[in-house]
Structure formats: C-alpha cells, structure tokens
Design a protein around this ligand. Structure first.
Ligand code: EIS
Length: 209
C-alpha cells in the first residue's frame, strides 16, 4: 500500500470547512516522510513543520468542542488577540504550514504532470524549483533562500523519491503516479480551502523570514 494512500485527506463538505481533528491526524503523518529523504538538511524543514502542527494541536486540545473547524480557531484568535493577530498562535502556525503543504502539492502535481528536464530525466530539481518559486520563495530572504539551494542539491533522484512515496516498495512508476494523482484530489481541495479562508478573513501576511 502506498504511503500516500494510507494517509488520504478526507473529502471536504459543501461549505469547504476543514475539520480540525481530521486535518491534524492527516498532516501529522507528513513529518515522518522527511526521514526517508536522506539528507540532514531536511531535518530543519521537518522540525519547522512539526512545530506548526504542535502549535495548532495545542490550541485545539484546549477546547476541542470550540475548535471543531480550522476557521473556528482563526476567528477565536482574532477576538482574543486583536492587536497581534494574525501574527500569533495557531493562526501564524497554519499560515506557514499551508505554504509547506502548497509546496508539496505543486511538487507532486508537477511530477504527476510529467514536467521534467529532458537532459536529466531522473532529477527532480525542475519540479522542486517550480514548487519553491510558487509557494515559498517570496516569503524568504537571502539566507533562507540559500538553505533552499542546499536542500535542492540534496533532493533525491526521481526514482528514489517515487519509491519513498510508495513506502520503499518497488512499484511501477505509472502506478505510483496514479496514486499521487488520486491523493492530490482531496489534498489540493483542502489546501485551496485553507488559502481561501486566509484571504476571506484577511489573515494573510507577506513578510519575509
Ligand atoms: C515560521 O517559519 C514558523 O513556521 C512559525 C513562526 O515561527 C514564524 C515566525 O515568523 O516562522 O524560517 C522558516 C520559515 N518556514 C518560517 C524556514 C525554515 C527552513 C526552510 C528552508 C527552505 C527549504 C525549502 C524546501 C526545499 C525542499 C526540497 C525538497 C526536495 C524533495 C516532499 C518534500 C516536502 C518539502 C516541504 C518543504 C516545506 C518547507 C516549509 C518551510 C516553511 C518556512 O518557510 S510557529 O512557527 O508559528 O508554528 O511557531
């Protein structure tokens, strides 16, 4: 069974609200995936994403009945921290987490679409760079952009990456990509819904780190 299919995102309800508990359960499987990518540069990224998830979970567990959806959390924090919001609490953690999720979405979509460097068909640098430019680059100053360059050099070969997505099992490339495409349906809808929520609540910030 593929790693991706084991941890499918659920279909959203018609109002596109994201259930906090289900969301946290599903994203909590993502950090472990970094361990199979090999390089220690990925541990920096893993701990950043882990930190985001821990922060959102911490808020949720304080009052699960109050924070049924992610929007419930943002709205409550807007009321509680009017001066600092949205640069505070789980609102800030989810603001960054969604960018990492968007990065993964664009990377997987690009692989599924068959974007590749014809001269180096087993490299994924074109796919990773596309995802970085669209999801993260504008939020990074020169230093973090340098970290990206290091991570880019450490990116696995396409064949190894697809194998890792399939939990180390030898599956045919086409079968793996079919799994990726299926995974992307609810995943993309969820990430889109979170972006839309940040726009609607005017919660998006564009400072650089
Ligand atoms: C935020 O971090 C915190 O997350 C947030 C709060 O402290 C806030 C305060 O302003 O800062 O500084 C972090 C930023 N996070 C801001 C940078 C971390 C290192 C990022 C290095 C860039 C690497 C780009 C990725 C290259 C990957 C190559 C992959 C090859 C396969 C399947 C691979 C998936 C990769 C997913 C990459 C996601 C990167 C996410 C980075 C997010 C970021 O820029 S709070 O913390 O509120 O929770 O306390």
């Amino acid at each position: 069974m593929s790693l991706l299919l084991d941890n499918q995102f659920k279909e959203l309800p018609p109002d596109k609200s994201v259930d906090t508990k289900l969301f946290l359960e599903t994203v909590s499987h993502i950090p472990a995936f970094f361990d199979c990518l090999g390089s220690s540069v990925f541990s920096v990224i893993k701990s950043d994403i882990n930190g985001n998830i821990t922060k959102i979970r911490g808020v949720y567990l304080k009052d699960p009945a109050k924070y049924v959806t992610l929007q419930d959390i943002l709205v409550a924090e807007r009321e509680a921290h009017a001066a600092e919001w949205p640069k505070v609490g789980a609102t800030l953690a989810l603001m960054w987490l969604k960018r990492g999720l968007r990065f993964i979405q664009i990377l997987l979509q690009s692989l599924a679409d068959g974007d590749r460097d014809e001269n180096n068909p087993n490299l994924i640098q074109v796919n990773v760079t596309k995802a970085y430019q669209q999801a993260l680059k504008k939020y990074h100053g020169w230093f973090v952009q340098r970290i990206f360059q290091v991570a880019l050099h450490a990116a696995p070969y396409r064949s190894n990456f697809l194998k890792a997505l399939s939990k180390g099992e030898e599956v045919k490339e086409e079968d793996c990509l079919a799994n990726v495409r299926q995974f992307l349906v609810n995943y993309t809808a969820t990430v889109d819904a979170i972006y839309e929520m940040y726009t609607n609540l005017n919660a998006e910030l564009d400072y650089t780190v």
